[in-house]
Design a protein around this ligand. Structure first.
Ligand SMILES: Cc1ncc(COP(=O)(O)O)c(C=O)c1O
Length: 269
């Protein structure tokens, strides 16, 4: 991508996608979060004036825990001759029959797209991956400076990621446990903290990221004194590096015991 190209980026994309888009030198336009009408309107308005166009989206959005409308995005990408890049960072290991992510969840394997993800998060290692056509991978290998000029993964990290992928495929019961924890935590929040305004994702999907609004952010605006005791209780606030928002996120994982989930919830004001 370069100056003659266009990137259409979901407004809630992860910072790494936003910064990557800027670095590419292409013109970058945001479209409203998961809003296909807005995306289509922008494609109608701008596509014709650019050589190449890429639609870029998270698959599961980290802040709201909702899921991009992948099949419809693919249709639009085909209709307007665009590339589609999807970041599976929060879906790898979690979605799909073998944990292969949103593409597997929607049965879109084999359709033309660029699937990127991290070997961290669910896979507990380091580094990342790109899955796409052989032609695209060949292109990236030869033309992407961030790949060429970066140290390769260590053998230990690579082995750890391989093993984690194997576990995702062989042990689906871990995903079942994760969803049970998500359901349990949601029930707890509704019962114990009925005053909280629950988010559950703007697009109405329910994923392991559970955003809910609290009075907490109001305190952080006036000083960080509240942060110490909360982190001691296992609730972490990255203030001030993350701008103040009135949303707190909970990330239950498969190995959380019910007691841990309950105890953490009791600390939410
Ligand atoms: C959506 C998304 N993409 C990419 C990354 C970067 O992952 P890593 O730090 O493993 O490179 C993150 C990390 O938070 C993320 O949330």
């Amino acid at each position: 991508m370069g100056q003659r190209d266009l990137i259409l980026s979901d407004q809630y994309n992860h910072s790494s996608l936003k910064n990557g888009a800027i670095l590419s030198g292409a013109r970058v336009l945001d479209y409203a979060h998961c809003n296909l009408e807005d995306l289509k309107a922008k494609l109608h308005q701008h596509r014709l004036f650019y050589r190449r166009c890429a639609i870029v989206t998270d698959s599961v959005f980290s802040m709201d825990g909702d899921l991009c409308p992948l099949p419809e995005l693919l249709d639009l990408a085909e209709e307007f001759s665009c590339m589609l890049l999807i970041d599976e960072a929060h879906a790898t290991g979690v979605l799909g029959a073998t944990g292969a992510g949103c593409v597997e969840h929607f049965g879109c394997q084999g359709r033309e797209l660029i699937q990127v993800g991290t070997l961290s998060k669910a896979l507990a290692s380091l580094g990342g991956y790109v899955a796409s056509s052989a032609q695209m991978i060949d292109f990236l290998r030869n033309r992407a400076p961030s790949w060429i000029y970066t140290t390769a993964l260590t053998p230990a990290d690579t082995a750890a990621a391989f093993e984690a992928i194997g576990i995702c495929q062989r042990e689906p019961q871990r995903r079942t446990q994760l969803w049970q924890n998500v359901t349990y935590l949601k029930q707890l929040i509704s019962q114990q903290l009925p005053h909280l305004k629950l988010g559950w994702g703007r697009a109405g999907n329910h994923f392991p990221t559970l955003p809910f609004k609290t009075v907490l952010a109001a305190f952080t605006a006036h000083g960080s004194w509240v942060i110490g005791p909360l982190s001691w209780a296992g609730i972490y606030l990255n203030y001030p590096i993350v701008p103040l928002r009135s949303v707190l996120h909970s990330y239950p994982v498969a190995y959380n015991g019910r007691l841990i989930l309950y105890r953490q919830l009791c600390m939410v004001p």
